[in-house]
Write a protein that binds this ligand. Structure first.
Ligand code: FPP
Length: 248
């Protein structure tokens, strides 16, 4: 059984005045988790969804402004059709199960990525959740769906060029801050902390523009075994870092 007193001890070590404003997570290791248990990969994703529920709730309770979860990349279409279908089903069931709670907890759902080619059911459920949470003022929950960091930069350039054509932007004044407002994360702070479980030490095309000065935290734990205490550990570790943003 999980030792809850451990959570409480870790919570006490968090400095609530120095919380990361934006946490981003590459949820990785669902497949390996299932394989270790001799189960089909689907079970790993399903268990991964339960961790999404836990971590969204823990982050919102902590007072994190923005949580971004990498759920489906532009490269994930290379997976077998059956696995893609099961991920879509899990997304739909997550929304059906959790939307009420998201509304209650004042969480605002945003999608980063392009879901226009998603199956109709998944797309309409996601759009319904965005609509029903649009006036919420608590934590921003970004779910990255059909998301790629390079695609996002190109999406930003296209948006920018459109504004240029309309005479809305003076190219001489363009800077990184203005450009960031053409991305999916418009108006949001860059991630302060990026968490990647499962032992992999790479970025996998995630938030390439926004992570210029993000602190990274890696863990060998597979996403389905990731718990609130791992999130607290990552935050405590983050709070010990000396962030200089290129200065001294
Ligand atoms: C990476 O693990 C995980 C994914 C591609 C899917 C993430 C999806 C979830 C956590 C489920 C639900 C999400 C939401 C937002 C409802 P992997 O399959 O690549 O693992 P492996 O590297 O061990 O094979």
């Amino acid at each position: 059984m999980k030792d809850k007193s451990y959570d409480t001890d870790l919570l006490k070590l968090i400095d609530f005045k120095k919380l990361p404003k934006h946490i981003a997570i590459i949820m990785d290791g669902n497949g390996r988790w299932a394989k270790r248990k001799f189960l089909p990969r689907y079970f790993g994703h399903q268990e991964g969804m339960k961790r999404v529920i836990d971590i969204v709730s823990a982050s919102s309770k902590l007072g994190i402004d923005c949580l971004t979860l990498y759920a489906f990349s532009t490269e994930n279409w290379k997976r077998p059709e059956e696995e893609i279908e099961s991920l879509m089903k899990i997304l739909v069931s997550y929304i059906r199960k959790e939307l009420e709670k998201l509304v209650e907890n004042n969480v605002k759902l945003n999608i980063i990525g392009d879901i226009s080619n998603f199956p109709t059911l998944a797309r309409t459920e996601v759009e319904r959740a965005i609509f029903e949470t649009e006036n919420n003022t608590g934590m921003n929950l970004n779910i990255a769906l059909n998301y790629g960091g390079r695609d996002e930069i190109i999406y930003g350039i296209k948006n920018l060029l459109n504004d240029y054509k309309l005479g809305k932007i003076n190219i001489d004044n363009l800077n990184s801050e203005i450009f960031s407002n053409y991305l999916y994360t418009k108006g949001q702070p860059d991630p302060d902390l990026l968490i990647r479980p499962s032992g992999e030490l790479r970025i996998s095309n995630f938030m390439l523009y926004q992570i210029a000065y993000t602190e990274f935290w890696f863990s060998d734990v597979l996403w389905p075994d990731f718990s609130e205490d791992k999130l607290y550990e990552a935050i405590i570790d983050f709070q010990k870092r000396n962030r200089r943003f290129g200065g001294l």
